[in-house]
Design a protein around this ligand. Structure first.
Ligand code: 5RP
Length: 215
């Protein structure tokens, strides 16, 4: 299913552009598809070091985001997504760069298999990237919000920070919670992508790829 949505996403790649490319196993399938048509695009902005490495292995030029005016499209996976196109992301720990690339992109195409579509976000622990010295303070604040933060063991982000995975949340208002958590001092960003949701979901199912827009 992940491979099928990666192939379907190719229809949304404009010729001659620099595009945003996400992180994770579904994004990796997409990169492999891009590698087959690498002459069609000018290059890509990567949402993680791992993605940059894979793009380069396929001979695709990787640009710094600061070197481009903006991106036509960003193709990226998700850990959970609702029919409103709100997402939890950051299972791979790349949430901050993913959110920056999403913000700089005109169109966000989410590629996911059917297990990712949920009614309510929160069963997947919400990743929160934190400045290392703020880890304990931020954890206490997250407990006050009803979550159970756990430090992602042995993991350091591409930005040199830590990840707290917050369990036990039932997220009824993702836009509000995204803002509240981002206001905690020491939080770099959190894995709720609700203020800037996906524009299109390509969902891999056992009966083929479904194209879904916000309901
Ligand atoms: C990485 C992410 C990924 O998009 C998310 O974890 C989905 O990964 P996969 O495609 O492997 O299921 O947010 O930080």
């Amino acid at each position: 299913m992940k491979q099928a949505v990666a192939k379907a996403a190719m229809e949304h790649v404009p010729s001659g552009c620099i595009i945003g490319v996400g992180t994770g196993s579904t994004a990796n399938y997409f990169i492999d598809e891009l590698g087959k048509i690498r002459g069609k695009i000018e290059g890509a902005v990567a949402s993680s070091e791992a993605t940059a490495t894979r793009l380069k292995q396929h001979g695709i030029e990787v640009f710094e985001l600061n070197a481009v005016d903006g991106l036509e499209v960003y193709v990226e996976g998700a850990d959970e997504i609702t029919a409103n196109m709100h997402m939890i992301k950051g299972g791979g720990g790349a949430l901050t760069r993913e959110k920056i690339v999403a913000a700089a992109s005109k169109k966000f195409v989410c590629v996911a298999d059917e297990t990712k579509l949920v009614d309510i976000l929160g069963k997947f622990p919400l990743p929160v990237e934190v400045i290392p010295m703020a880890r304990s303070y931020v954890s206490r604040e997250l407990v006050k919000l009803g979550g159970l933060p756990r430090l992602r063991s042995g993991f350091v982000t591409d930005n040199g920070n830590l990840i707290l995975d917050v369990h036990g949340l039932t997220i009824m208002n993702p836009v509000e919670l995204e803002g509240i958590i981002n206001q905690i001092t020491g939080v770099v960003t959190n894995g709720l992508f609700a203020k800037r949701p996906a524009d299109l979901l390509l969902l891999g199912t056992s009966s083929g790829v479904r194209s879904i827009t916000a309901s």
